[in-house]
Design a protein around this ligand. Sequence first.
Ligand code: CP
Ligand code: NVA
Length: 311
Amino acid sequence: MARDTRNFLDLTDAGGDAIAAMINDAQDRKAARYSWPKGKADQDRPLEGHTLAMIFEKNSTRTRVSFDIAMRQLGGSAFILEAGTSQLGRGETIADTARVLSRMCDAIMLRTDDHAKIEEMARHATVPVINGLTDRSHPCQIVADLLTMIEHRKALPGLEVAWMGDGNNVLHSILEAAGLMKFNVRVATPAGYGPDAEFVEMARQNGARVDLTQDAAAAANDADVIVTDTWISMGQDDAAEKLAAMAPFQVNEALMAHAKSDAIFLHCLPAHVGDEVNEAVFEGPQSVVFDEAENRIHAQKSILLWALGKL
Ligand code: CP
Ligand code: NVA
């Protein structure tokens, strides 16, 4: 890896100042192209001639579309390498794939299971490697989430964010963001389904308050933001035991009533309405999940610009 390559494997790779700059840039670019056709390039075409390789070892709708549209809006292009139809699927190593793609493309986005695979990709690539989700974390999603909170007038420092349900990859990146951007997280999960202690410690060491509880209502009490995600992430077993343990953590009107009256509801999607969130909340006035989904494009653009040294 070239020493000055800007990888985005986790939010800490960028740090709080760069994330703040990404959010500002995303807001400016979003406003400047309001109501334009979505495939039209921004006026300055900052990534003219640049190409992004996107490798998917797991399913995706938002991540694949938002990176593709983000590259078009920046004046560049993107293409998808499906793991199953490329030589990766026949055993070509990540190291060789990284070196070949680095000769052919300007950046690599990888969605995979084991985080060690993306670390391996970053070790051998000489172009930026961006984490499009691993079993450990989902940093791109959280840049979009922070942008969405700010758009909905939730200034980050001191914000009270409540997470409901499974202690998964998305929660890990929220905890990482809490330490970097100085907000607090109340984590309500069933026993045995909490986040990795490493992320809780990281947030606390960076000055965030993290409360771990099994009481969903207590976590929601006076919260500014309520967040949840699927109870069963990609690659996990659809275990009846887990679903039963998660039931008290469903985000519904009764739970939202504990939060501040102007609290917003976030979900990275895809949602399982009737499980982690009920229809009244998902479709209700506090839900900003489709702003959040759109913001994947605007966040992705800033991440790409940062990774390519243009921000
Ligand atoms: N939120 C998210 O990453 O969605 P996809 O799995 O559709 O990319
Ligand atoms: N936690 C979910 C997020 C999907 C975008 C998963 O990993 O499947």
